[in-house]
Design a protein around this ligand. Structure first.
Ligand code: HEM
Ligand code: HEM
Length: 179
């Protein structure tokens, strides 16, 4: 099968919807840290956890789509190192889209709590609170979130470099209506 020249509507919709949601979650995560303890903070934590769990579900769908549909090839002009960096960044982003929600779920479970998504319990409390593991999960989640931020910044700069400096179709083929 010849490879397509653009991403399809499903891949594009998932990419942009998830980009918005993940950037929002990232910001909410940082805001959470600053909120005074109380009901509002707990509600925002529950919202962050629910949307984060949704990201895990969307990532599974997205990986299923990604692994079964052909994607556009990188421009011929890209050299080996550029191809390697693009591939490594994309794999890294997929790994983080799984690892961040899982480490978030670990924060909840090591805190001795059940996981609820928009008010529905999806996982019971699996253990009593363990301070050491809970701190580890929080530190791990924070570290992964910063690694994600670094890769996303590189990813956006690379997309802009393709569009503005190299003037190829790498950005437009991920944009609805682009040629
Ligand atoms: C793509 C998904 C996610 C992203 C990008 C994300 C991002 C973040 C960020 C940036 C922070 C602040 C971290 C810090 O500086 O210490 C944070 C905190 C937190 N996240 Fe997430 N998160 C995600 C998913 C989840 C999920 C699924 C859960 C729970 C089920 C969760 C639970 C928490 C909790 C409880 C905190 C506060 C931790 C603390 O009080 O130190 N996150 N998140
Ligand atoms: C949290 C934010 C984001 C995440 C997690 C993310 C993730 C990804 C992933 C995993 C791919 C690989 C798609 C594939 O499987 O082939 C991809 C492709 C792409 N992304 Fe993002 N992205 C984000 C934000 C952005 C933003 C803000 C831009 C635009 C400036 C952008 C532009 C692109 C482009 C142009 C491609 C296609 C690359 C190619 O054709 O090889 N992304 N993105």
């Amino acid at each position: 099968m010849p490879s397509p020249t653009r991403y399809d509507a499903v891949a594009m919709s998932l990419h942009w919807l998830m980009a918005l949601v993940i950037i929002g979650l990232w910001s909410l995560g940082l805001i959470l840290e600053e909120l005074p303890k109380g009901d509002f903070r707990n509600e925002m934590k529950a919202l962050h956890a629910s949307i984060g769990a949704l990201v895990l579900g969307l990532t599974v769908l997205r990986l299923g789509w990604r692994l079964t549909k052909p994607v556009p090839e990188l421009p011929q002009a890209m050299v080996g190192l550029e191809r390697l960096m693009a591939g490594a960044a994309h794999v890294g982003l997929y790994v983080l889209m799984v690892a961040l929600p899982l480490s978030g779920i670990a924060i909840v479970e090591t805190g001795g709590r059940a996981l609820t998504v928009f008010g529905f319990q999806v996982l019971p409390a699996l253990m009593a609170k363990d301070e050491g593991l809970h701190d580890l999960a929080e530190d791990g989640h924070g570290l992964l979130a910063w690694i994600l931020a670094a890769i996303v910044i590189g990813h956006v700069l690379a997309a802009l470099r393709h569009h503005v400096l190299l003037k190829d179709d790498v950005l437009t083929r991920m944009l609805p209506g682009g040629k």
